[in-house]
Design a protein around this ligand. Structure first.
Ligand code: NAD
Length: 245
C-alpha cells in the first residue's frame, strides 16, 4: 500500500510541478481527520434523529428556526474546537509551490483558511458567519446567547450557509468554474460528488483538458472522470505529494 501511494504521489507531484494553474475541489471528507463528521458517512451522520438534508433547508428554517440554529451552533462549536489536519496543510503548502492554486470547497468549517490556503472559494458559505434575513448584513455567528439571534436592524439572523434548494451566492460559482476550467491539475478530495452544482466542477475541469486526481477512500460518481484515483485519506496522501513537488 505504502509503495503504491508513493508512486501515485510521484505522478501527481510531477503534474503539479509542470502546472501553471491547479485547483482542489474539497468536501466534508477532508475535514474528517480533524474530527468533524461528514454528511452521509459514519455513525454520527444523524443529529437528534434528524437527517442533515432535513435541517439544511429554507423550509426547515421557516418551520423551526431555533432547531436549525441549535444544529448550526453545535457545528460552529465543533469547528471552533478542532484544528486543520495534514490534508488541509498540504493543500496550503501546494499554493506556495504552484504559481496559482485555488481551493474550491463545499465545506463550511473554515479549516482551509485556518491552515493558510491563500485562495479559497467557499461554495456553501461558512458556519462562522450569520446573515440578516432582512437587510442582508453579515456578522460573526454568535457562539452563545438566545436562538435565533437577531440583527441590529431587529430582524432574525440566519446561518450564512447555502442550503439545499438555494442558489449559490452571486459570482461564486463563476469564480469556481473559472478556477477549475483553467486548472492543469484538479485534485478532488473528500467529496461524495453528489451535491450539485459543485459535483459538476470535476466534469468542467476534465472537458477543459485538466488532469483529475481523486483522493477518497471510496469510489464516487466522479471516479470515472479521474486520471488517477487514490484510495486513501487525504491527510495521508496529500502530504506525500507536497514532499515531492
Ligand atoms: P459527503 O459527506 O457527502 O462525502 C464525504 C466524502 O468524503 C465521502 O465520499 C467519503 O468517502 C470521503 N471521505 C471520508 N473520509 C475521508 C478522508 N479522510 N479523506 C478523503 N475522503 C474522505 O460530503 P460532501 O461531498 O462535502 O457533500 C455534502 C455537503 O456537506 C456539502 O454541501 C458540505 O457543505 C456539507 N458538509 C460540510 C462539512 C464541513 O464543513 N466540514 C461537514 C459535513 C457536511
Amino acid at each position: 500500500m505504502t509503495s503504491q501511494l508513493n508512486s501515485l504521489a510521484d505522478v501527481v507531484a510531477a503534474k503539479l510541478r509542470a502546472a501553471r494553474r491547479a485547483a482542489a475541489l474539497t468536501g466534508a471528507g477532508v475535514s474528517a481527520e480533524s474530527g468533524l463528521a461528514t454528511f452521509r458517512s459514519g455513525p454520527r451522520a444523524l443529529w437528534r434523529d434528524h437527517r442533515p438534508e432535513d435541517l439544511a433547508t429554507p423550509q426547515a428554517f421557516a418551520r423551526d428556526p431555533r432547531l436549525v440554529w441549535e444544529w448550526y451552533r453545535e457545528r460552529l462549536q465543533r469547528a471552533a474546537g478542532v484544528e486543520p489536519n495534514p490534508g488541509h496543510y498540504a493543500l496550503a503548502a501546494m499554493a506556495q509551490r504552484v504559481a496559482r492554486f485555488t481551493v474550491v470547497t463545499q465545506n463550511v468549517d473554515g479549516l482551509h483558511e485556518r491552515a493558510g490556503s491563500p485562495d479559497v472559494i467557499e461554495l456553501h458559505g461558512n458556519v462562522r458567519r450569520a446573515r440578516c434575513v432582512r437587510c442582508d448584513a453579515r456578522v460573526p455567528a454568535p457562539l452563545e446567547g438566545a436562538l435565533p439571534p437577531t440583527c441590529a436592524c431587529g430582524a432574525m439572523l440566519r446561518p450564512d450557509i447555502v442550503w439545499f434548494g438555494e442558489a449559490l451566492p452571486e459570482g461564486v460559482f463563476e469564480k469556481a468554474y473559472e478556477a477549475v476550467a483553467s486548472a492543469d491539475v484538479l485534485i478532488v478530495a473528500g467529496t461524495s460528488a453528489v451535491v450539485h452544482p459543485a459535483a459538476g466542477l470535476a466534469e468542467v475541469a476534465k472537458s477543459a483538458g485538466g488532469f483529475i486526481v481523486e483522493v477518497n477512500p471510496e469510489e464516487t460518481p466522479a471516479t470515472g472522470l479521474c486520471d488517477v484515483c487514490v484510495r486513501a485519506p487525504s491527510g495521508t496522501f496529500l502530504p506525500l505529494v507536497v514532499e515531492r513537488i
